[in-house]
Design a protein around this ligand. Structure first.
Ligand SMILES: CC(C)(COP(=O)(O)OP(=O)(O)OC[C@H]1O[C@@H](n2cnc3c(N)ncnc32)[C@H](O)[C@@H]1OP(=O)(O)O)[C@@H](O)C(=O)NCCC(=O)NCCS
Length: 280
């Protein structure tokens, strides 16, 4: 018989083992060390009291890794990973794990659950839709080698050690997904690089680059300075100083300017994610 509990008393090592077994046949290679899992959980604000474990004969065979934040006054939970080990699939365990945790979330005043799913992950999508999740946006992933393009010499591009996380939200046209949101980045400041674009000492654009994953986690240019080569200078700085290979996973499908910008640099759209939410 399968039993369920939250994950407060389960070690990161055990969670990582189950996660890796569940993701062993995933669409893209996804295997984490215990250390990488610890950084992921720290970044995303892992909440073991709101997470779920499914157990068979005392073994952890299924997980939902929930993270918790208050956003605009709403108590929200983010699903940072769902997995069922291959030998225990086809029993609708994901739905059963949600049936177990939703009353606990409601008792704690949580009214929203957010997640992202690869759009052709049929098993996951079926499980989430049956639980009641609805699509909110489509997020494109891009990857490839950055083409180095000529840049204006008038701009000063440099590493910055501190940034006003609230002020830079004024540069945004789209809100980053949970993993790339400023709260996630502030939790792992020692693992990311902040790059600023300055004109006469004024910050007019920035990017956040993660050298371990080679991911561009945020990039934005103040509205009145768009289309003047600032984004180009920021990407070129990363290509010259860190790596020409880069990936992004949260490009809003409706934001044509960003899509055109990335494609001009030679990056290719590979997989896409659906962002979904469940109101409870
Ligand atoms: C996604 C996952 C957690 C679902 O596991 P589960 O809860 O055991 O789900 P089930 O195997 O019971 O399948 C759910 C539904 O998908 C269907 N399904 C399962 N495998 C399928 C397949 N290979 N092709 C098509 N449909 C499939 C089932 O028939 C079921 O449909 P139904 O509700 O109409 O009966 C599991 O497949 C997994 O761990 N995958 C790898 C990690 C992953 O993708 N995580 C999600 C990231 S967002």
């Amino acid at each position: 018989m399968i039993t369920f509990s939250t994950l407060e008393n389960i070690s990161i090592q055990t969670v990582t083992g189950t996660f890796n077994a569940a993701f062993s046949d995933y669409f893209i290679p996804l295997q984490l060390t215990k250390e990488q899992m610890a950084i992921k959980l720290k970044s995303e604000d892992f909440a073991p009291q709101y997470s779920v474990g499914a157990f068979y004969k005392n073994n952890l065979v299924g997980i939902i890794l929930h993270c918790y934040r208050t956003i605009d006054g709403n108590k929200c939970v983010y699903n940072g990973g769902t997995g069922v080990i291959p030998s225990q699939r086809r029993q609708h365990l994901t739905i059963a794990m949600y049936d177990f945790i939703i009353p606990k979330l409601q008792q704690n005043g949580i009214n929203k659950v957010i997640l992202e799913v690869i759009e052709h992950n049929i098993q996951a999508l079926k499980s989430y839709k049956k639980t009641g999740f609805k699509q909110t946006r489509r997020l494109r992933s891009y990857q490839g080698k950055i083409k180095i393009l000529n840049c204006s010499k008038k701009l000063d591009i440099k590493i910055i050690h501190k940034i006003d996380w609230t002020a830079i939200e004024n540069f945004w046209s789209i809100r980053p997904s949970w993993q790339n949101d400023s709260a996630s980045l502030q939790n792992i400041q020692e693992n990311i690089i902040l790059i600023g674009a300055f004109q006469h000492d004024r910050l007019i654009g920035y990017s956040v680059y993660n050298p371990t994953s080679k991911r561009l986690q945020q990039i934005a240019v103040a509205n009145q300075f768009r289309s003047q080569g600032i984004g180009r200078a920021l990407l070129t700085y990363i290509a010259k100083n860190y790596s020409e290979d880069i990936a992004l996973i949260n490009v809003d499908d409706s934001h044509n300017d960003t899509i055109e910008f990335l494609e001009k640099f030679g990056l290719q759209n590979s997989i896409n994610l659906l962002e979904m939410e469940l109101m409870i």
